[in-house]
Design a binder for this molecule. Structure first.
Ligand code: FES
Ligand SMILES: [Fe+2]
Length: 357
């Protein structure tokens, strides 16, 4: 991450009060902890002996040393400095070793910041409340999850760290015009295949959907699904704060993915892709082949954004053009509406956009 932080471009405003994936939950075996950062907040994640995940702000409430410098015995986290001990799911202090019987201080009234932490699709999702809102209540938004359309499926995940802020990561993700340039290759598509497209978009709560019944004929997954000879239905949804859901269905066969762009800090982010499918369920090696090509695809985006970050350091003016950058304009409008809690939506109804890609 360090090199990426060094070349990172300008910061942006962040959306608190929602769930973000911190890391793969499989990295947290029982009794283990790991450090992570989300929205500039240092975290200590871990799994208790009984299996439950926790996410603590990685700072001791006594004098601010990272709790990760201390010890975890599978039940409680002990601070390295003065040995205060915390139950990590609630953050409650259970022991202050320096207290004597003369003292009236009740350690259990003291809390380290603990954030809700839940496992979905193999990620440890952490809910980060608005700063200064104190302890989190029960009415939390739903935890994101990839829709699955059968009980048997395969899955894979990928990640890439980006040296740019979350806005550039997100608009890069919804940008239709970069495909033929950034992702050109024999198995995906070439520049020569550029043609005019017409796509229909409709508003969703805090987002929008692109739906298509006719496949985008020049890309590989569609060609693969085409062998089943049934109509292919695709939907791509973007919803705040950072989620792109894509589902492709063809009769009984389906492919479904969730891509999130998570702010690590105000000026850096990370793309996580989790995909599940039941196409070629019985064919060996499909997962590793899909992961290989998916990783290559994500690396192409990552490399481009590393180069873009070089330019962004000089604070250039930027342009969003119609119609190819219209989804990016909607994203910025939705984000502002969320930050101002205005409830406004940039789309008043379905819209058809045209571009060449
Ligand atoms: S700083 Fe953590 S116990 Fe004192
Ligand atoms: Fe891309």
């Amino acid at each position: 991450m360090n090199e990426l932080v060094q070349i990172a471009g300008p910061p942006t405003e962040l959306i608190f009060g929602d769930w973000y994936p911190a890391m793969r939950a499989g990295e947290l075996r029982a009794g283990k902890t790991a450090k992570a950062m989300l929205l500039g907040v240092p975290l200590l994640l871990g799994r208790k002996t009984g299996g439950s995940l926790f996410a603590l702000r990685d700072l001791c409430p006594h004098r601010g040393i990272p709790l990760s410098a201390g010890w975890f015995d599978g039940e409680t986290v002990t601070c390295k400095y003065h040995g205060w001990r915390f139950e990590p799911c609630s953050g409650q202090c259970v022991e202050i070793p320096s207290l004597t019987s003369h003292e009236t201080l009740d350690p259990t009234k003291i809390f380290a910041s603990a954030f809700p932490c839940e496992e979905r699709d193999g990620y440890a999702w952490v809910y980060l409340p608005e700063p200064g809102t104190g302890r989190v209540g029960d009415a939390l938004p739903a935890i994101p999850e990839v829709p699955k359309f059968s009980t048997r499926y395969r899955s894979a995940h990928l990640l890439a760290e980006l040296p740019c802020n979350v806005d550039h990561g997100i608009i890069g993700l919804m940008d239709p015009a970069h495909g033929p340039f950034v992702h050109q290759s024999w198995w995906w598509r070439s520049r020569a295949s550029i043609h005019e497209k017409e796509k229909r978009f409709e508003p969703l709560p805090e987002g929008f959907r692109m739906s298509a019944h006719a496949p985008s004929g020049n890309s590989a997954p569609y060609k693969l699904l085409g062998v089943y000879g049934e109509p292919i239905v695709t939907t791509i949804d973007f919803v705040l704060p950072n989620r792109r859901y894509e589902t492709i269905r063809c009769g009984e066969k389906w492919f479904s993915s969730l891509t999130t762009v998570t702010p690590v800090t105000a000026s850096t982010c990370r793309i996580d892709v989790y995909a599940a499918w039941n196409i070629f369920y019985y064919v060996p090696f499909v997962t590793s082949i899909a992961t290989y090509f998916g990783a290559r695809f994500v690396r192409q985006d990552q490399q481009t954004m590393i180069e873009q970050a070089e330019g962004l350091r000089f604070h250039p003016g930027l342009m969003l053009i119609d119609d190819a950058d219209k989804p990016a304009k909607w994203y910025f409008a939705l984000k502002q509406a969320r930050l101002k809690k205005s409830g406004e939506h940039p789309m008043s109804g379905p819209v058809t956009l045209h571009w060449r890609s």
